[in-house]
Design a protein around this ligand. Structure first.
Ligand code: GLA
Ligand code: GLA
Length: 764
C-alpha cells in the first residue's frame, strides 16, 4: 500500500492511499497534474483515510509529525506567508483529527456483535436500539445482508443514504459495522424482469419470489447485478472508518439445475479432462453404457449417478461459488480500503461446496454457530470451530449464534441460563475473535418471528440481554490479554470435502457418517489436550507431532507424498478405516488400501466388512468393541506391530489385526481399520498422547471441563487458558502452576472451584 500526500486546489492537505504502485503510474499524470504530491516518509503509517463533506479523517498506526518532511521537499511553500498559514492550519487540523481518531477508532480485541436490520424499523427508533446495544457492550453490528430492495428499490436507482445514517449513528455509540452484500435476497423487480436469474430446482421448477436464495449461482446476469450493488456499497462505504469489514452474501447453499448451469458444467469438465476418452476412462463409463461421445451429453447428476461424475459436480459447484463470490470481491477491492476485510458466513460442516476452495479468496473465515435442538456438546461443536479456524489457518469469527433459541428445528428449545455465555467463551477458546447474536430484535413480520433475539417486539431487553451484557463486560475486561493470541496445536486432524462426499455417496453402512467417525477420534483426544487444528490434507504439516486422518477415502499420489514427507521427518500419521480405497477421480485403487500409503505402512487391508453388530477387539489398548465397519488388516513386513485384534465374530475377522503401526523414517504410521467404541478410543488417545509426547498442561481434568489455550508469540509471549465447566455441577480445577484468574481478578491460585456452566481465564 502506498500513501500519497497532496494538496487539492484549495490547498487542503489530502492523502490518497493506493494499493498498487501501478495505479500511481496510471493516475499520476492525469489525476495529480497541477497538484503537489508528497511521498510517504518513514515513520508514518496511515492505515486508512476518508473524505466526507470536505472533512479529512485519518486513521494512524504510528505517528510522526509531517513538519519534518514538508519544508525539505517543498521549500517554496514556506516562502509564501499565505501558503504557510494555510499549511500550518491544515497540519493543526490534521493533528487533531489524528489524535481523536486514534482514540475513538481503537478496535477491541474481542468483538461482541449482533445482526441489526435498520431497514425494518423507523429511523426514529435506531438510536434507542443502538443505545441498548452499547449498554450491553456490543461493539459491532452486521447490517445490510438482506436489504437489496431497500438499497436498490428500482433497477439502477440506489439509495444508500439510510445506510450511511445507520453507520454514522452506530459510530456515535462506539459500534463498528460489518456490511453484508445483499445478494442472498434479490428484490422482486429483479427476478420479475430477469426470470433467468432464478434458480431451477432438480425437478425443473423455477424458484419464486418470497423466500431467499432464489437466485442461480451461475447466472452471469445475476452476478453482474450483484457486482453492481456491491460496487455501489463499496464506493459509499469503502473508506468509512466505522466500517471494518464485509460479508459477501449469506450462507451460500443452493444449486441450480438449469440448462446454462449444465453447459457450464460441461465446459468445466472439458477444461479438466481435455478429451472425452480421458473422462470416459477415469469415470469407467463403459459400465452401464455411460460412455459419452460428445460433451453436451453429460448430465448434471440428479439422484444416483456415477460417483466420479457426482464428485466432479461437487467440485464444479465449489468453483462456481468461488467465482460467484469473486465478482463481489472484485467490486469491493476496487473501491474499498484494504484494511476492510472480507468474509463469508459459512455453516459449519455443511458440504454443498469445498470450503477450502471458497475461502481461498477471503481475508477471514466466519461461521454461524447454531445448536438448534438440544444443548451444547463442547466436543462436537468445538471441532467445528477448529474446522472454521482451519479454512484460513488463523483466528475466525462467529458471525451468527443463537440468542437462546432458533425457529427452524422441530423442537426449538432455549439454551439454559448461562449456556449462551458458556458458548461465547467456548468460541473464543477455539480461536474466534468475535461472537455475534442473530438477531437483535425480530422483524414484526416475515418467516422468523419466533427466533430468539436480545430485544423483544416491544423493543425492550429480553431476559437473555443481561447475560449477553455480562459477556460484553467480560470481553472488555479481559480482551487485552487475549489480543494477538490464537490456539497453537501439536495435533492436526485432516479433513477434506472430496473424502466426505465420496463416502456419503456410498456409505455402505447408513451409520458410517464421516463427521461422526471424525468426532470419535477427536473427542477423546481433545479432552486430554487444550488445542487441536483441523486442516485440509494440503496444509503444511511440519509443525505437528501427530496428524490424525480418519477419513482419507481418496488418496492421490501427491497427497501420499505430502503425508509421507511428514512421517519421514518425524511425524506420526494415524489413518482411519476406508483410507486410500480410491484415487482422486473416485475410482477404486488397484493397490489395496491404504493405496499409495500401503507400502510405507508395511500392511494392507485384506478385506473390509460392514458390521451388523459390534465385534470384540483386544490388544495393547485394552478390550472393547468395534462397530459399523471392520477391516481385516494384514502385515506385509515383519516390523509391523499389531496394536489390536478382532475377537470372535464372523469367522473372517476372527483374531485378525484391527490396528497396526510401524516406524517409518523418523516417524510412524498407524492404521485403525475400524470404528472403536468410546472407552477404547479413549485408550487409543492416551496411547497417542504418551507415545507422541503431546504436551499436557492440565492433568486430572474433571469430566465435562474443557481446557482451551491461546498463545501469543513474539515480543510478549504468553499462554492464556480459557477453562469452561460445561456441566450442570460445580467442578474442582487443579492448575499446573499458580496463575491469576482474569475475570475474578484475584491473586495467583493453584486451584479453583468452578460453578456450573462457569468460565475461568487464567494467565501467569
Ligand atoms: C441386480 C442387477 C445387477 C447388479 C446387482 C447388484 O441383480 O441386475 O446388475 O446391479 O443387482 O446386486
Ligand atoms: C441463518 C441465517 C440468518 C437467520 C438464522 C436463523 O444463520 O444466516 O439470516 O436466518 O439462520 O437461525
Amino acid at each position: 500500500m502506498t500513501e500519497i500526500f497532496y494538496f487539492d486546489s484549495k490547498f487542503r492537505l489530502r492523502i490518497k492511499v493506493l494499493r498498487f504502485t501501478s495505479e500511481i503510474h496510471k493516475r499520476s499524470e492525469a489525476e495529480w497534474s497541477g497538484k503537489l504530491a508528497l511521498r510517504k516518509s518513514k515513520g508514518i503509517s496511515i492505515s486508512f483515510w476518508t473524505l466526507q463533506s470536505g472533512e479529512l479523517k485519518l486513521h494512524v498506526n504510528d505517528f510522526t509529525p509531517l513538519f519534518h518532511i514538508l519544508p525539505l521537499q517543498f521549500p517554496r511553500l514556506f516562502e509564501d506567508p499565505f501558503m504557510r498559514t494555510k499549511l500550518f492550519l491544515t497540519l493543526f487540523f490534521l493533528l487533531c483529527s489524528l489524535l481523536s481518531i486514534a482514540q475513538t477508532a481503537q478496535q477491541p480485541p474481542l468483538y461482541l456483535g449482533t445482526a441489526w436490520y435498520p431497514e425494518q424499523w423507523p429511523q426514529s427508533r435506531w438510536d434507542a436500539d443502538l443505545e441498548l446495544m452499547q449498554k450491553a457492550g456490543i461493539r459491532f453490528v452486521r447490517v445490510g445482508e438482506f436489504a437489496w430492495s431497500t438499497m436498490e428499490p428500482a433497477e439502477g436507482k440506489f439509495d444508500l443514504d439510510w445506510l450511511d445514517r445507520a453507520v454514522t449513528m452506530a459510530q456515535k455509540r462506539g459500534i463498528f459495522v460489518v456490511l453484508g452484500t445483499p445478494s442472498a435476497a434479490p428484490p422482486a423487480w429483479l427476478t420479475q424482469k430477469y426470470p433467468d436469474t432464478l434458480r431451477v430446482e432438480e425437478d425443473g421448477r423455477r424458484a419464486v419470489h418470497g423466500n431467499r436464495q432464489h437466485f442461480s449461482f451461475t447466472s452471469p446476469r445475476y452476478r453482474e447485478l450483484a457486482h453492481r450493488m456491491a460496487a455501489e456499497m463499496a464506493k459509499r462505504f469503502g473508506h468509512n472508518p466505522n466500517v471494518i469489514g464485509w460479508q459477501i452474501d449469506n450462507e451460500y447453499a443452493t444449486y441450480s439445475f438449469d440448462d446454462y448451469t449444465r453447459a457450464q458444467f460441461q465446459q468445466w469438465l472439458k477444461a479438466k479432462y481435455n478429451t472425452l476418452d480421458n473422462l470416459n476412462n477415469h469415470w469407467t463409463t463403459a459400465y452401464w453404457s455411460q460412455t459419452y461421445f460428445t460433451w453436451d451429453e453429460i448430465p448434471i447428476p440428479i439422484g444416483w449417478n456415477n460417483p466420479a461424475l457426482m464428485l466432479d459436480w461437487k467440485r464444479f459447484c465449489s468453483d462456481v461459488y468461488r467465482a460467484y463470490q469473486k465478482t463481489q470481491l472484485d467490486a469491493i477491492h476496487q473501491y474499498a480500503d484494504s484494511r476492510q476485510w472480507i468474509t463469508h458466513n459459512f455453516m459449519g460442516w455443511f458440504d454443498g461446496f469445498d470450503h477450502y476452495t471458497v475461502s481461498a479468496d477471503l481475508d477471514l473465515a466466519s461461521w454461524d454457530n447454531y445448536i438448534g435442538k438440544g444443548h451444547l456438546n463442547p466436543w462436537t461443536n468445538g471441532i467445528v470451530h477448529d474446522l472454521t479456524r482451519g479454512f484460513k489457518r488463523k483466528n475466525f469469527w462467529v458471525m451468527e449464534t443463537q440468542p437462546g433459541n432458533v425457529n427452524w428445528q422441530d423442537v426449538n428449545n432455549s439454551l439454559d441460563k448461562g449456556e449462551v455465555r458458556e458458548m461465547a467463551w467456548h468460541a473464543i477458546g477455539h480461536g474466534s475473535d468475535a461472537v455475534s447474536y442473530w438477531q437483535w430484535r425480530s422483524a414484526l413480520g416475515g418467516q422468523e418471528q419466533y427466533h430468539g433475539t436480545l430485544a423483544g417486539p416491544d423493543g425492550k431487553p429480553v431476559p437473555l440481554y443481561d447475560e449477553v451484557a455480562q459477556i460484553g463486560s467480560e470481553f472488555a475486561k479481559v480482551g487485552d490479554i487475549l489480543r494477538g493470541t490464537s490456539p497453537v496445536s501439536e495435533i492436526a486432524f485432516l479433513h477434506s470435502y472430496d473424502d466426505r462426499w465420496s463416502i456419503n455417496f456410498q456409505r455402505h453402512h447408513k451409520e458410517f457418517d464421516p463427521i461422526g467417525y471424525m468426532n470419535s477420534f477427536y473427542t477423546p483426544l481433545r479432552k486430554l489436550t487444550d488445542s487441536i487444528d483441523v486442516v485440509s490434507p494440503a496444509a503444511p504439516l511440519e509443525s505437528y507431532k501427530l496428524v490424525v486422518a480418519p477419513g482419507l477415502n481418496l488418496i492421490s499420489a501427491a497427497e501420499a507424498k505430502h503425508l509421507l514427507d511428514f512421517v519421514q521427518n518425524g511425524g506420526h500419521l494415524m489413518l482411519g478405516a476406508r483410507s486410500g480405497l480410491k484415487d482422486e477421480y473416485n475410482a477404486l485403487n488397484t493397490t489395496r488400501q491404504p493405496g499409495p500409503l500401503a507400502q510405507a505402512l508395511g500392511a494392507h487391508v485384506e478385506q473390509y466388512y460392514v458390521l451388523d453388530q459390534p465385534v470384540p477387539v483386544t490388544g495393547d489398548i485394552g478390550g472393547g468393541d468395534a462397530k459399523i465397519w471392520a477391516e481385516y488388516l494384514k502385515a506385509d513386513v515383519p516390523d509391523v506391530r499389531v496394536l489390536a485384534r478382532y475377537g470372535k465374530s464372523n469367522g473372517w475377522l476372527d483374531d485378525q489385526p484391527a490396528i497396526v503401526t510401524r516406524a517409518v523414517g523418523k516417524g510412524q504410521i498407524t492404521y485403525v481399520g475400524t470404528w472403536l467404541s468410546d472407552p477404547q478410543m479413549t485408550a487409543l488417545a492416551r496411547w497417542l498422547i504418551q507415545s507422541d509426547k503431546i504436551t499436557q498442561r492440565f492433568t486430572d481434568v474433571p469430566e465435562g471441563v474443557e481446557i482451551n489455550r491461546r498463545d501469543a508469540t513474539g515480543n510478549s509471549p504468553r499462554e492464556i487458558f480459557i477453562v469452561i465447566n460445561h456441566t450442570k455441577e460445580s467442578k474442582h480445577i487443579k492448575l499446573p502452576s499458580p496463575m491469576r484468574e482474569q475475570l475474578r481478578g484475584n491473586a495467583p491460585v493453584s486451584e479453583l472451584e468452578l460453578a456450573a456452566r462457569d468460565v475461568a481465564i487464567f494467565a501467569k
